[in-house]
Design a protein around this ligand. Structure first.
Ligand code: FEO
Ligand code: CA
Ligand code: CA
Ligand code: CA
Length: 691
């Protein structure tokens, strides 16, 4: 059996070709085991998942759209064991729904009329977070334990506690939570984080779309709301008149459903749910080892479209939490604890109390990227944040206290002049160097026009998708497959001054640019990608656990894609990389071109060019999936990966993927519905993955 190679210069597997097959493809010598799938039971007495739309009880089943995941080790005696390679708790987010497959013939009354209560309940409960016990029967033969007493579902109905400076603020008070310290549930949980004291952080991302506001609530002339509330809701995009799944249109007075209607109807915010949107958009801390524990919403970390929360804890330094806000032209944030990290706290048995210590008191910052490869962290501190200026018909917004800044983080970051980014997704830290990586998944031409590129978001170009011809004249129609803006995304990385989480300045460069390698124009394929490693729309990021600076083991960086620009060429994928360090490339000038043919140059700071030795495709997913969610056992010999929403564009009668039933089974029936699932990947010789 193989061992960890020290300081590998080259990745140790054969690149997987791009493909459109309805299976998870991994390199020769590796095996895929399907683990927990949508609907799998998490308690005794729950029936096996029929997968025909008739199943209920999602508060006791694995949810839909599995996203970020983390493996928390268990000893054979059932106690926390960070070093266990054979037993653990898989904590996974359930971001959203392939709603068409959850009901026999798809959902009822999705555009008008009353939603059936049973359908809405099922849809709600298929969101949230799951905790499932995983066990290795020996030789990395993994399965999950359906009846484990550790199994748990956290759903939009689970009671939560607000913690930190905004807890109890008037803007969090509702008829359900008159003192603003209690909340109900979590929604659209995307990426994650974990702490040295073994808690899980789950990030509420696209929560805004779930709420309904009637037209009279949105229009200032008729709204019972204040101008400040209207400004806040508009900035966060809480402007739907139905809400994603129209849950508030169930004919009931049960507030589990009616709370999704945020229209101000009563005389007081204590009598309706006008403030319910303010209860979402937070990072939530969960103790995975205690199924009875109440999750805590950490308000000091700010409120926005939280993608994830990478925690960097170095003994004797402040704890840093790096967080993206995933929407076009949103920002990168950092929270720095007041408390200095003491490594003895990692073993605390009251884990959520450690979260209180490190996450409830500190300073939130937002990033500004300068053209010369430096950057600043701007403090979001009451007294140091000016009013957000008026723009168009939106009045100026003056902050009244620190809680107001934390609840309306986007408005405060606007006021400070932070750098608008091309959709900040996952954050992840290199355990050897302390450098922080951030995926900027992509953006469109309207959000990043030719004249608003900058050094950190340098691209506005024509991506002619798979063409080997020179970039065609964009003024010549028709070019239906061309996309302008930054359709393939990039990965930026930063190094704090003095490698200190509390630093107010940093250096940055762009590690990697997405592109189609068939496109020969060096202004498109800036990183020199080849058929072995071309990709688009980076999203999930993970540094392998098997790293050890003192021992010289270099960590592998895993990159997962969620792509709209490249899926005609390949299903979504995962790459392995052996990255260098900030500044290993140099200055670069890119020629951009817009749809009228106008050109402009943009200088940036680019990392060293990629090569097949240090960037290589490891996995391609099944049809219409996204690859998101990744962790490994501590020994690096089992890799867990999330396969999200296979067949997302299909219908109940004609599913467009049959995965995971299709894995290793080409004869799978044409009406078998797809399911999001976790896979365990092992190397047949028992070695460390990718090395
Ligand atoms: Fe849920 Fe930004 O990905
Ligand atoms: Ca994501
Ligand atoms: Ca994404
Ligand atoms: Ca997705």
């Amino acid at each position: 059996s193989s061992t960890v190679r020290v300081n590998p210069a080259v990745l140790g597997f054969a690149a997987v070709p791009k493909n459109l097959n309805d299976v998870v493809t991994v390199p020769a010598g590796y095996t895929v085991t399907v683990m927990t799938r949508l609907g799998d039971p998490l308690a005794s007495g729950v029936s096996a998942y029929a997968n025909n739309g008739t199943d209920g009880d999602f508060d006791k089943r694995i949810g839909d759209h599995g996203d970020a995941l983390h493996f928390f080790g268990l000893s054979s005696a059932g106690a926390r064991d960070d070093n266990s390679n054979t037993r653990g708790l898989m904590v996974q987010n359930h971001e959203n729904l392939n709603v068409q497959y959850l009901h026999p013939n798809g959902p009822t009354n999705v555009t008008s009329g009353a939603r059936p209560q049973a359908e809405a309940l099922k849809e709600m409960m298929a969101h949230g977070v799951s905790v499932a016990e995983y066990v290795d029967a020996g030789g990395r033969k993994w399965s999950y334990v359906p009846t484990s007493s550790f199994n748990r579902r956290i759903t939009p109905a689970t009671v939560m506690q607000f913690s930190g400076p905004a807890a109890g603020n008037a803007q969090l008070r509702t008829v359900y939570s008159p003192d603003g310290t209690r909340g109900r549930g979590t929604i659209n949980n995307c990426a994650n984080g974990f702490t040295p004291w073994a808690t899980n952080l789950t990030a509420e991302e696209n929560w805004a779309g779930y709420f309904r506001r009637d037209a009279g609530d949105i229009a200032p002339a008729t709204s019972k709301r204040t101008a400040r509330e209207i400004t806040s809701l508009a900035r966060f995009g809480v402007t739907s008149t139905s809400g994603s799944y129209r849950w508030s249109f169930v004919a009931t007075t049960d507030t589990l459903y009616t709370r999704w209607n945020a229209t101000a109807t009563a005389d007081s915010a204590l009598q309706d749910f006008r403030n319910e949107p303010n209860q979402f958009g937070w990072v939530v801390e969960i103790d995975p080892y205690d199924p009875a524990s109440t999750p805590r919403k950490r308000t000091a970390l700010g409120r926005f479209g939280h993608e994830g929360a990478f925690v960097r804890a170095v003994s004797g330094k402040k704890v840093g939490v790096y967080m993206g806000d995933d929407a076009r032209n949103e920002y990168l944030y950092k929270f720095v604890s007041n408390a200095t990290y003491a490594s003895a706290d990692a073993g605390a048995t009251n884990r959520l109390a450690m979260g209180d210590k490190y996450f409830d008191a500190g300073t939130l910052y937002v990033a500004k990227f300068n053209a010369d490869g430096t950057g600043q962290w701007l403090p979001l501190v009451f007294g140091q944040v000016p009013a957000r200026p008026a723009s168009g018909s939106t009045p100026a917004y003056t902050f009244v206290d620190q809680a107001d800044i934390l609840i309306n983080t986007r408005l405060a970051a606007d006021a400070l002049g932070a750098t608008p980014m091309d959709r900040p997704e996952w954050t992840e830290g290199n355990p050897n160097t302390g450098e922080i990586y951030l995926t900027l998944t992509n953006t469109n031409a309207a959000s990043r026009p030719l004249n608003r590129t900058d050094a950190a978001n340098p691209r506005h170009y024509n991506d002619p998708k798979g063409s080997t011809a020179p970039v065609p004249d964009p003024a010549t129609p028709p070019q239906p497959t061309n996309q302008f803006g930054n359709p393939n995304g990039h990965i930026i990385r930063i190094r704090e001054a003095g490698d200190d989480t509390a630093s107010l300045t940093f250096r940055w460069d762009i590690y990697l640019f997405g592109a189609d390698s068939a496109q020969a124009d060096a202004n498109v394929n800036i990183s020199g990608l080849t058929a072995d490693n071309d990709f688009s729309s980076p999203d999930g990021l993970f540094f392998s656990r098997t790293s050890n600076a003192a021992g010289g083991v270099k960590p592998v960086l895993w990159i997962q894609t969620d792509d709209g620009a490249f899926t005609d060429r390949t299903n979504n994928q995962m790459l392995a990389a052996l990255p260098g360090s900030v500044g290993d490339g140099g200055a670069k000038t890119i020629t951009n071109r817009d749809s009228t043919g106008a050109t402009a140059t943009q200088a940036t700071i680019a990392g060293a060019a990629a090569s097949s030795a240090t960037l290589r495709r490891f996995l391609v997913g099944p049809s219409q999936c996204e690859i998101t969610g990744i962790d490994s056992t501590p020994d690096g010999r089992t890799l867990f990966v999330g396969i999200q929403h296979p067949g997302e564009d299909g219908t109940p009668s004609a599913p467009s993927s049959h995965w995971p039933d299709s894995q290793g089974n080409p004869a799978v029936g044409a009406t078998v519905r797809p399911r999001s699932a976790v896979v365990a990947i092992t190397k047949d010789d028992g070695g460390v993955i990718a090395l």
